[in-house]
Design a protein around this ligand. Structure first.
Ligand code: ZN
Length: 447
């Protein structure tokens, strides 16, 4: 969006001059506002770009869609209508290359319900409804990600790709184990489509038992949120359910394996087309909050299909988000504890030293959190995969919650680099960043 609004040359001038930036992760495909479009409506506009909101944002593929690659998927009408005739890769690549700025396609697992053909790809929830998300065990979904990746690699001289999937399996969603998790509906977790049931069958998992287990789990979560305490307490009741229905976690693993197979799929397609193109992944921020989600993000395993990892370490918005996670799970699986106790338990489990629950939303997480997470990631990949921590600059937060200041940016960037990170990825999008914070990156890098 910023390239259209502000001009490619002037944006690149600023990236190089103010930010000391040497690579761009261009949002080429998404239906979400997190990485594309202008500032989220309702949040203050930054001090550059058009001073109005793009309330007609749609999303899709911001490069040209070459239809010959999409023959094995019903989802093919993906051209973003936002900027007719503007092919972001065709326009930006030549200018970036002449400045020796590397270009990565940055695309993510976010869709909308009104797309032609998407219904064939969608997940099915526990109650039997179509979800807005798409199912990794559906062959057309894998074909779609292969098609998009092949399209980018064959159509443009890009340096690499980064894909992100900010999602977790049905267990994590059922217990509300993520930021914003208090709003999760345990009766609508996914996926229970025919492809998943087929996959379960091949693994010897009884789908009916799994769904029965998830329905009991949903009832337990609903009761916990209504403060209807079981006589044995929340934790024991939940653990008992996991013992009685091992299919619950077996289904969680089945979902996770689908996401991992997508990583392997994109990696294989990319390397088969251009060996030297780099492939890496955006690791969702929930990795910083939920120990249950963190357990599924095994850095050692990522070595099989990764050249780099953008591990999200957004410390500013991380404060309100960690508080949000804690407030959610202290109403479900950890209902036997106060929220403050859950925060203490969480920080010990994740190895953080941060502030109390009252201070967390307004103070954010510290640069020390970035340092600890960088160290953990480097140790996890054992020096075989590049670690590029994601640093947040002006990611929107609520009123009275932590806002990014230049000093925060300097401290976080220095913490990552001094701990041995191979670089940092400024997040999420230039169109929401304030210039003083961007300049702070250049200062930190040159320091
Ligand atoms: Zn499915």
């Amino acid at each position: 969006m910023s390239f259209v609004d502000e001009g490619i040359a002037s944006v690149l001038d600023r990236f190089q001059g103010d930010g000391n930036i040497n690579a761009l992760f261009v949002a080429t495909f998404t239906y979400g506002r997190g990485i594309a479009g202008r500032q989220v409506p309702g949040q203050p506009l930054p001090d550059h770009g058009k001073q109005e909101y793009d309330t007609n944002f749609h999303g899709g593929n911001y490069a040209r869609t070459h239809e010959q690659y999409y023959t094995h998927t019903a989802l093919k009408e993906i051209q973003a209508p936002d900027h007719p005739g503007f092919d972001v890769l065709a326009e930006v690549l030549p200018q970036a290359q002449s400045r020796r700025i590397k270009i990565f396609c940055w695309y993510e697992d976010v869709f909308r319900r009104d797309l032609e053909g998407i219904d064939r790809l969608q997940e099915v929830t526990l109650s039997g409804k179509k979800a807005s998300t798409i199912c990794f065990h559906n062959p057309e979904v894998q074909a779609f990600w292969r098609a998009l990746t092949e399209d980018y690699l064959r159509s443009y001289p890009i340096d690499g790709v980064m894909w992100g999937s900010e999602r977790q399996g049905p267990f994590g969603n059922a217990i509300g184990a993520m930021h914003g998790g208090a709003g999760s509906n345990p009766f609508e977790v996914a996926c229970f489509c025919d492809f998943c049931k087929q996959e379960a069958k091949s693994r010897g998992i009884d789908a009916e038992r799994a769904m029965e287990g998830y329905r009991k789990l949903a009832n337990l979560v609903r009761d916990a949120r209504e403060k209807s305490r079981p006589s044995d307490g929340y934790f024991v009741s939940l653990w008992r359910l996991l013992i009685q229905y091992p299919e619950i976690l077996a289904w969680e693993k089945l979902w996770n394996d689908g996401q991992k197979s997508t990583y392997a799929n994109i990696y294989q397609v990319t390397k088969s087309i251009r060996r030297e193109a780099m492939v890496g992944w955006h690791i969702w921020h929930n990795n910083s909050f939920s120990p249950f989600y963190r357990a599924t993000q095994d850095y050692a395993e990522f070595r099989k299909y990764s050249d780099f990892l953008k591990v999200v370490m957004y410390n500013n918005c991380g404060g309100p988000r960690l508080a949000s996670y804690v407030n959610s799970v202290s109403q479900t699986i950890f209902g036997d504890f106060t929220a403050e106790e859950v925060l203490g338990l969480t920080c010990k489990t994740l190895n953080y030293q941060e502030t109390n629950l009252a201070g967390l939303p307004s103070k954010g997480l510290s640069a020390n959190y970035v340092e600890r997470e960088t160290r953990r990631a480097i140790a996890g990949v054992q020096n075989t995969v590049k670690i590029w921590p994601g640093i947040d600059i002006d990611i929107p937060t609520g009123r009275d919650e932590k806002k990014t200041e230049p000093r925060d940016v300097r401290d976080a960037v220095r913490a990552a680099l001094d701990t041995g990170a191979d670089g940092v990825i400024l997040s999420r999008k230039y169109s929401e960043m304030r210039l003083a914070n961007l300049r702070a990156v250049g200062e930190a890098v040159r320091a």
